[in-house]
Write a protein that binds this ligand. Structure first.
Ligand code: NAI
Ligand code: MG
Length: 504
């Protein structure tokens, strides 16, 4: 496939990023943090600082929330016609596409992901999110009812925007996650304060510039870069925020639930996963092997829905394990900017240490490192947080690496001999999480029976390319979260229902 990104702009982009710290975007204006503080932005392919951004704190969050509140309460956005809201969102999608190269290159510099992924999984997916949700703006309606009380009635419901939304996003797909939160919120008529992750703040700053150009009223979208414990916590605590939409770790998700009790904010959580992948004996291994490999090595395993626990039928175990090992050894690991890289570095030193720690603990608990397991030195990219794609065998329930989300390119493999679906389902469901799952089989009846038994928000049978579809609900059972994003459910989560009853 031809590289869709114009890399000739990289030198000017780099020098622009090096010259000036990026501002916060509050009430339609770009401002430094009230404290004047900034923080460094690191390229995970080299470990080097290449930019800086304003470090927003409680005072900046307060300004941003008040601007969002004002915009909401005056109706400048919430009472705008649905058609006008749709047009503005579509204009933002057009601007994102027109700036695709700048956004994709920035995302790769900041997060480390391969440039093709930054383009297709980031920029292109973000503009699809906006176009999809723009379509909903004109279609969010209530229902009419026939009450059973004595008398004659006209009764109906309306769907109204929930109000001011605080959106907190992680670092693994920074741009598309930011857009996937603002798109449905804005389509529904909400106003928003977005807090990007401190590891990857830069693409959100470009988003702010494009929002400023697209013609939203001041205060409809505010973007405050900063740390979780300061800016994030202040947003979650703020009494003028009506809803928090969060994507990130289960631990932080739980602390957000507690913090939201103050004014009983609505909360949507898309949290961690430990998703099972089941390969039956009849599976098409030419698809199941690369599909399962990229399901855990894609974006260096830093994917909430990554297939991290493999269950392979005994009859194909050797073939699958050999195939995965081959795939892992041949995978081109390198800086995201190198055109042939298929897997980039981990996002940070912290994440590298966390992933390496899980591999060590698995080995100590008796797992076998079948492939990978070590830091990887990449030529011309010293200082980068590269780790080998890793497959662990002899893993069992109870091991830390099997129970917890690793968020790195580490697959825990187990096999099953039993054809009893209930036993396979029980093994797959033996997790505190329930985000996603994958099934590989040619027997669709078997595949659908297992799909029904899996306790997870998403099931993919026989793989297929591509990330989440904006039309398909995304979210988890159990400790993988609350509520769903995407689709009708995703946008309805940014609304309140009002019942209106009229005695005629
Ligand atoms: P995190 O959940 O702490 O961070 C995600 C976002 O929450 C960031 O924007 C951060 O600034 C913000 N945040 C942190 N503490 C906060 C607080 N008290 N109040 C409000 N906002 C807060 O995740 P972290 O530390 O970056 O990564 C740790 C682990 O979390 C990873 O190893 C991975 O297992 C998991 N994770 C899961 C993600 C997913 O998509 N399911 C995404 C990122 C991390
Ligand atoms: Mg970074």
């Amino acid at each position: 496939m031809n590289m869709p990104v114009d890399t000739s702009i990289l030198p000017s982009l780099r020098s622009e990023l090096a010259t000036k710290s990026r501002d916060l975007f509050i009430d339609g204006k770009f401002l430094p943090a009230a404290s004047g503080e900034t923080f460094d932005v690191i390229d995970p392919a080299t470990g080097a600082v290449f930019a800086s951004v304003s470090s927003g704190g409680a005072e900046d969050i307060d300004l941003a929330v008040k601007a969002a509140r004002r915009c909401f309460d005056t109706g400048a956005w919430s009472n705008e016609t649905p058609a006008k809201r749709a047009r503005t969102l579509t204009r933002l999608a057009d601007l994102i596409e027109a700036n695709a190269s700048r956004i994709a290159l920035t995302e790769t510099l900041d997060n480390g992901m391969p440039l093709m992924m930054a383009f297709f999984g980031g920029v292109a997916a973000a503009s699809e999110q906006l176009r999809y949700n723009a379509g909903w703006a004109t279609k969010l309606n209530g229902e009419t009812f026939t009450p059973s009380n004595p008398g004659e009635w006209h009764a109906f419901t309306t769907r109204e925007p929930v109000g001011v939304v605080g959106a907190i996003v992680p670092w693994n797909f920074p741009f598309v996650m930011a857009v996937a939160k603002i798109a449905p919120a804005l389509a529904a008529g909400c106003t928003i304060v977005l807090k990007p992750a401190e590891q990857t703040p830069l693409s959100a700053v470009i988003l702010a510039e494009l929002v400023a150009e697209a013609g939203f009223p001041d205060g409809a979208v505010n973007i405050v870069t900063g740390f979780g414990k300061t800016a994030g916590a202040a947003l979650v605590d703020h009494p003028l925020v009506d809803k928090i939409s969060f994507t990130g770790s289960t631990a932080t998700g739980k602390s957000i639930v507690h913090a939201c009790t103050g004014n009983l904010k609505r909360v949507t959580l898309e949290l961690g996963g430990k998703s099972p992948v089941v390969i039956f004996g009849d599976a098409d291994l030419s698809k199941a092997i690369p599909g399962s490999a990229m399901g855990i090595f894609g974006n260096a395993g830093q994917v909430c829905a990554a297939g991290s626990r493999l269950f392979v039928h005994e009859s194909v175990r050797e073939q699958v394990m050999a195939g995965l090992a081959d795939f892992a050894r041949n995978l081109k690991v390198g800086p995201g900017l190198a055109p042939d890289s298929q897997m980039g570095p981990l996002v940070s030193q912290t994440q590298f240490d966390r992933v390496a720690g899980y591999i060590d603990s698995a080995a100590q608990e008796g797992a076998t490192i079948a492939t990978g397991g070590k830091a990887l030195a990449v030529a011309d990219s010293a200082g980068g947080y590269f780790i080998e794609p890793t497959v662990l065998t002899d893993t069992r329930p109870g091991m830390k690496a099997v129970e917890e989300e690793i968020f790195g390119p580490v697959l825990c493999a187990q096999s099953f001999g039993d054809d009893d679906l209930e036993a396979v389902a029980a093994a797959a469901n033996n997790s505190a999480y329930g985000l996603s799952s994958a099934i590989w089989t040619r027997d669709m009846s078997n595949g659908l029976k297992l799909a029904k038994r899996i306790r997870a928000g998403m099931v993919r049978i026989n793989g297929g390319m591509g990330g989440p579809d904006p039309a398909m609900p995304l979210g988890g059972f159990k400790q993988s979260g609350w509520g769903r994003e995407n689709g009708r459910n995703g946008i309805e989560a940014y609304t309140e229902i009002k019942s209106v009853t009229i005695n005629l």
